[in-house]
Design a protein around this ligand. Sequence first.
Ligand code: HH2
Length: 276
Amino acid sequence: MFWQTTRFRIDLAQPRVMGIVNVTPDSFSDGGRHDDASRALAHCETLLAEGAHILDIGGESTRPGAAPVPLDEELRRVLPVLEGALRLGVPVSVDTVKPEVMRRALDAGADIVNDINALRLPGALEAVAAHPDAGVCLMHMRGDPATMQQRPAYDDVVAEVSDFLRERLEALQARGIAGERIVLDPGIGFGKSVAHNLELLRRQRELLALGRPLLLGWSRKSTLGAVTGKPVEQRLAASVAAALAAVQQGARIVRVHDVAATRDALEVWGAAGLGG
Ligand code: HH2
């Protein structure tokens, strides 16, 4: 299976590691570390040296209760880093919900749009459709970051996430965005309780019926804190375990902060012939 993106046709025969570059002052685990362009770009280079296959640049924190970022500020954060990252020879994704950021990023040459809102804001579908080869990740989120963790409830979380992702996949295809450009993400921690997130992991294979590759983001998330009792800066082992479990359950891309450790774990998994 492949993921078609602007400059790269990413071969997903092997699991791929997407390294997180948060150009934000307030991200939940690394806010403020890479919030100017040169530091963020240095972080891109570090992640590449650690073995990242894809870089994901975000200028707005999506942690529960995060303050919204105005358009101009998000563009100011993301575009200079994007421009530098595009010279590094790997696919570069931009993590945004804003159609105007998508449009500007794709015009600048971004390979992928990663939208936690699954292109639901007016103009988002059109922004991606206008670039015939751009890749896109559609993520499930119940509610929005301001309110999503207030008592999330589902009858069947896997069925509801699956129905949502199918509806969004069909909406994109109806706009002429080819399936091979699209990957799907159940959105760990986005309007879900600890039990919902763990059920999504246990039953993740059911989402493979959607026919598109799965991308999973477990890195350092609060469910891992709930399971281990550890604060965010002590969730490395839990994050690697979750990434490996996600791959074992059929994920083809994992979105992580700790690229080197995740790559090592995947090397062992692949060497044992457990890879796809
Ligand atoms: N999680 C976060 C942000 N973007 N995108 C996808 N596709 N899947 C995810 O699980 C996902 C995502 C949240 O993590 P992080 O970027 O580390 O934090 P913050 O949103 O606070 O910047």
